[in-house]
Structures are given as C-alpha cells and as structure tokens.
Design a protein around this ligand. Structure first.
Ligand code: PLP
Length: 444
C-alpha cells in the first residue's frame, strides 16, 4: 500500500479503507462487513447507500451546487427552512445553516448574545453549561463543553464559563428519589446564575440526552421543566443542543419533545443530513429573530459554505425520507427493543453497570464493581477494548468516555440507523455480547 499522508485520529495506526455501504452495513476493501452499530458518529441515521438521496444529490448538482448566501437564496434552502419550522417545537421557526455541530452551537451562542445586545443589555454574554457535556471541538464550543478529556490540553485558552452538575440518575445520592434529584440538579442553575449575576448570563446550553461525554444519560422527568422555569425567571435563554438527539434519534422529532419543553434556540447537525453531506443548523424563535431584525438586522455569524444549495437539497431529501418511512416512530419502537436486549446483556455481564437510553440512542457504562459502581481507571481502557474487540467482530460502537473523568465509568454508545430491523438488532447484540465477553476475560 502507498504511504499515507493523511492525518488520522490515531497517528501511526493502519485503518481499513471503506469500500461501500448498504443499509446498516459498511464494507471495507478486503470485503469484511461491519454492522454500523453507532451510525458512525451517531450520524448515518437513515442507513447507507440510499438511492433517493443519491438522486437528490445529483439533481441539485446538475442545477447548481454553490451560490453564496450573500448573493442568493435557493429553492432547496427555503424548503429546508420551511420543513424544519414545521418539525420544531414552539415558535422555533428560523434556521441559520452551517456545516458542523460545533459551528451550530457557536452560532446559537452568538445569536443569544446578540439578542440581548440589541435590547441594550450588552453585559449578558456569558454561557452556563454542564459538566459531562459536549458541544463541539472548536474553541468556543469547547469552552461551553464539560468534557474533561477533550478540554484538558486547552483549558488556559478556553473562555471561563461556569458549569453545573449533569443529571446522572445512575450515580445520584443513595436513597434520593428521581423527583428530588431532578430538582436538586436543575436548581444548581439558579445558584450559578445568581453567583455570576443574571445581567452577565446570555444563555444556558444542554443536551437533552447526554451523548459523547457520558453514553446516553437520560435526565429524570421534571428536570428540563424546572430548567425552563429558572431560565424564564432570570431572562436567560435556553439552548437545547440537539446535534446528536435531533431528527428522530430518540424516538421524538427532537429530544426535548419528550418533556414538552420549548427552548429558545435549538442546534442540529449529524442526523440532519444523515452523513450524506456536512450540514448543521442553529434554530431560533420568532421573538429572537424579530428582535434582531428590528435592531441591527444582521446576525454576525456564517461560513463560506453556510446554506449552500447542494447541502440543503441533500438535507431536505433526508428529512423527507425520515418522514416517508416513519423513522421517528420506528426509532421509538426499535429503541425500546434494543434497550431491552442491552439490559438483558447488562444483567448477565459483571462489567456492565448500566444499560440506558432513549429511542435509538443507547449506552452502556462499564464498572469495576457493580454493587459500589466504582469505575475502572481510564488507563485500563475498558471502553476502548470493547470498541476494538467489536470492530474485529464486525461491529462499530461509539466511545463516550472521559466526560467526567474519575467519577463516571467508561461508556459506549449504541445508536444504529433508525431503519434497523428487529433481526438486525439481534445480530448487533450477539456481536456486542461476544465482544464484551472477550474483554471480561482480558480484565480478569
Ligand atoms: N453537540 C453535540 C451534542 C454533539 O454530540 C456534537 C458532536 O458529537 C457536537 C455538538 C459537535 O458536532 P461536530 O462534531 O459536527 O462539530
């Protein structure tokens, strides 16, 4: 094989070359087949090799792929905006298109800051977020992220934003009810706002279900309702980061829909284009966009590829596909089945402390001692071992470790395409079981 000059995630490691994909399967150039048990990075949510999307892609490319958003709008981008407005809760009718989840969260942050500036409240610039959260890898998004492992090297360069505890039911204080725990965690936001001063705080950002930094941690009922009340009380905007949970992944259109709470801003990415093109969005309410329109009339954000017709056409085709195949409803049904199977696996395995999730966003947390919930030291690389054994066995699993180093255990995410069938889930869980058993033997 010729020498590679591509910088890969692990330098010096040989990666197999992907050849093609169909449905939930990916194939490498040696002919080996893999179940895409995590939709790549929780992205390929309609599965691989969907003909309709390839056609929409080619059709748009024949018309026009790129026209700069300061010169033109396009049919594709207008229709995509309208479709998202139809999908989104409340008055979240406006979309600002970008190319990655990190850009989406930073754009939402900027819109929030501008919203207060335009009303003569320029000191409201700070963000509050949570530990064990992930909002992106660029410096602004990383500043809002409470992912210990990903922040570590850059802490002196990051903005100093306060972070509150995540709702983490598995590790709540002994004897505390979920209701009390929801209140305790949400009320930390009020304490943080008062400590910083409400006139300094622009917005609170949170993932409806914690993803990359914790492995599908679902908050207790009542948590987000209380968060909404606190945000309203202190004039703090609530940004739901739905980059991972949006577009049906959790069995509702948006993750936050499970609790009937209406955010002021929503960010989308990943499943919005299901991996067929880079595409993401920051969505805002009528009230926010009206205020900025009446003020400066300009949102100070955007990238060269923002709202390009090619990506918009692809994303629109993906959303139509999700609707036409009832994939939101399927995610709820198949997700419940997957979670049941994962819980059975957890009951059998001494390594798995908890199986959890919502819809087709599921996770496993590995622990050294199931009774005390003591995590393995990260240096033992338990999740990494499970991921590499699974890879050998032809199953792709996503890492979700290091978000709360020293407190939480190693976690992984199982989030197959929303198109997965019951038989395919059985196949996935069989391969997972085999991989976990192998790691169990190695850890003895
Ligand atoms: N927000 C959330 C909730 C995410 O899960 C991610 C990525 O995992 C991001 C933001 C960043 O998205 P991207 O990797 O596309 O920049």
């Amino acid at each position: 094989m010729q020498r590679s000059y591509v910088i890969k995630p692990e330098l010096g490691k040989e990666y197999p070359r992907v050849s093609h994909g169909k449905g939930i399967y990916l194939y490498d150039t040696s002919g080996k087949r893999y179940i895409d048990g995590c939709s790549g990075a929780v992205t390929a949510s309609i599965g691989h090799g969907v003909e309709e999307i390839a056609e929409a892609m080619a059709e748009q490319a024949r018309k026009v792929s790129f026209a700069y958003r300061s010169h033109f709008s396009s049919e594709a981008v207008e229709e995509l905006g309208a479709k998202l407005a139809e999908w989104a809760p409340g008055e979240l009718n406006w979309s600002f298109f970008v190319n990655s989840g990190s850009e989406a969260t930073e754009t939402a942050q900027k819109i929030a800051i501008q919203y207060w500036q335009e009303q003569g409240r320029p000191s409201k610039t700070r963000m509050i977020s949570r530990w064990m959260s992930y909002h992106g890898i660029t410096m602004g998004a990383l500043s809002m992220s409470g992912h210990v492992l990903r922040r570590k090297r850059f802490v002196p360069l990051l903005a100093d934003y306060p972070a509150i505890s995540p709702p983490y039911p598995y590790r709540r204080p002994d004897g505390m009810s979920l209701e009390q725990y929801a209140r305790l965690c949400a009320d930390e936001l009020e304490t943080a706002i008062l400590r910083v001063g409400p006139e300094q705080v622009a917005a609170f950002i949170a993932e409806p279900v914690i993803g990359a930094s914790g492995g599908a941690v679902v908050p207790p009922d009542g948590y987000f309702q209380r968060i909404r009340e606190i945000c309203d009380k202190y004039d703090v905007l609530f940004i739901a980061d739905e980059v991972m949970t949006g577009v049906g992944r959790t069995g509702e259109k948006f993750g936050i829909d499970h609790w009937g709470v209406k955010p002021d801003l929503i960010t989308l990415g990943k499943g919005m284009s299901a991996g067929y093109t880079p595409m993401a969005a920051a969505m805002a309410t009528e009230k926010i966009i009206d205020t900025i329109t009446r003020g400066s009339g300009l949102i100070m954000a955007g990238h060269t590829y923002s709202a390009n017709p090619q990506s918009a056409a692809v994303s629109l085709a993906v959303l139509r596909y999700v609707e036409a195949h009832n994939l939101v409803e399927k995610a709820a049904v198949q997700g419940a089945y997957l979670l049941r199977k994962l819980r059975e696996l957890a009951d059998e395995s001494p390594l798995i402390g908890e199986a959890r999730g919502l819809g087709l966003l599921c996770g496993l947390e590995f622990v050294k001692d199931k009774r005390t919930k003591e995590p393995f030291p990260l240096s033992r690389g338990v999740a990494a071992r499970v991921i590499s054994r699974a890879f050998e066995n032809g199953l792709l699993v996503y890492p979700a470790t290091g978000g709360l180093e020293g407190v939480a255990g190693d976690s992984v995410i199982l989030s197959p395409p929303l198109t997965i069938t019951t038989e395919e889930i059985d196949e996935l869980v069989d391969l997972l079981k085999k991989s976990v058993q192998r790691v169990q033997e190695e850890m003895r």
